[in-house]
Design a protein around this ligand. Sequence first.
Ligand SMILES: [Zn+2]
Length: 568
Amino acid sequence: MRSTLEELLNKVNIVDIVSQHVKLRKSGKDFLGLCPFHNEKTPSFTVSIEKQIYYCFGCHEGGNVINFLMKLENMTFQETLENLAHEYGVEIKKGGTKRSNSFDAMLKLADFYHHNLKDTKLAREYCARRGITSDIIDEFKIGYSDRSRLKIQTFMKNSGIPRDVLLNTGILRVKDSDVYDIFMGRLVIPIFDVNKKIIGFGGRTIEKEGFPKYINSPESPIFSKGTTLFGIDKTRKYITEKNEVFIVEGYFDFIALYTAGLKNIVSTLGTSVTETQLTRLRNYTDNITLMLDGDEAGIKSALKLIGRLSDMDINGNMVVLPDSHDPDSFIKKEGIEGLNRVINAKKPIMDYYFDYCMAKWGVETLENKNHFIKSVLPFIEDIRSGVKKRLYIKRLSELTGVEEHHFREEPRERTTEGPSGHFISSSMIERRVIGALMGKPGMLGILKEREVINYIKDAEIKEILLNMCEFFDKKGSMEVNNFINVLEKDSLRVLVTNAVFDVAGYEDNELEMVLLDYFKHVEKKSTKDELKKITERLFEAEKRGDDKEIVELLNEKKKVLAFFKTNQ
Ligand SMILES: [Zn+2]
């Protein structure tokens, strides 16, 4: 029986999926586009319709359609598989039911809370006071959990979701054989993933003494605070369109701004922005603006991201709202015009920090100057772009009167990428061998017969070849998009896809030549190694004056040389 994965890979066309995210144009047998995983101006992202794989010659990312979606949407293998299977009507054969059950449970809970809100005057009035209109309530499927245990019990009985699945969400709980839910007395806001499935909830108390003000549903296999972007299901297209995203820190801030007309935004779940969230957003834009409180904690959390932003080639800006407003209160007071004014005054995070430190320390005394430099310099050093870094060093120098060269790091030695010149490095050759074997898997037999693997030093190449032999023995075929799923390390998958594209233009007989040449080369090399060893032993024997061994070694050498010549 074919696995779900194989069935899917058979059914899905990688070009269809990739072209939903990347503008592709035909180029020979393949398709070419701008890589979604790194910043580039000339396309090096290649998709092979024939092989059903992609590879980027710029950032060396490659794989099959599953790897593409995993990387792009930052989802796990299982998540990607389930989503695709759902989309293509492929039944998931085993182990995949638990998650869909939790999705069902979440959806049923959302409906339950949503109806509750409509039935509860107190909650409706609270919403009206806060400017949460019934349109907003419907659009965001906002709900309310009252304190009625009877309602929860009835819901559990009638939901059609098994009791243990509901309890596994961690939202409904049992205490002294009584069921309660963690959101009692709170507005409940469903959190959707990119695919518009509910993965969790946020809850805001509407009671004066309610504490804490905000809570989230517990972390689960489908929900993790640090990776979730609230609102992305609604705003993804605006973010791509405007090529910019604003990040706020709470769902009510999001809702306030979104309904006021700022659509290219997302929100964290009340926490600072994480690297994972940045990586996800990087799939849609490289202009990221944090909309934060202008206090030290806000700036510090933004600063922590400077190195990472720079690594990812993201332009990281900051907007600080005046008079310790949060986005929700600000938009209510100043409207969208006021917000646009503030947005237009956004600054790079580093500039903000410069201003902030200047206000805090100043450069009047030597001591203050020292504090200023010590606060700013480490973050400048985190900037990867040479130009940007030099500009900030220049500014630091101008502000403090300390000469630039005091701030400059010693230029680091660049390691060269493999041997240069007209020699092709051995790993290049071996990569081509892997590519050729993918096309001519029948020749894996010769590879095994001549024990070629024993002569390969590169551990990754060795691991791939061993896996290939095993895969071909088992399946009798060698489709690359299937094969890469058995490789455990990402680096191996990338190496294989790279290898396949390396030999993409080769004819069948050329592939054969590559392999035969290589096998010959390995044999020669092993002979040479053997000769070298004999010579070393000869040298030792001569030093000792061991005539008997000398004669034996000379004979051995003759034999090896004879073998070498007949095999030339
Ligand atoms: Zn790339």
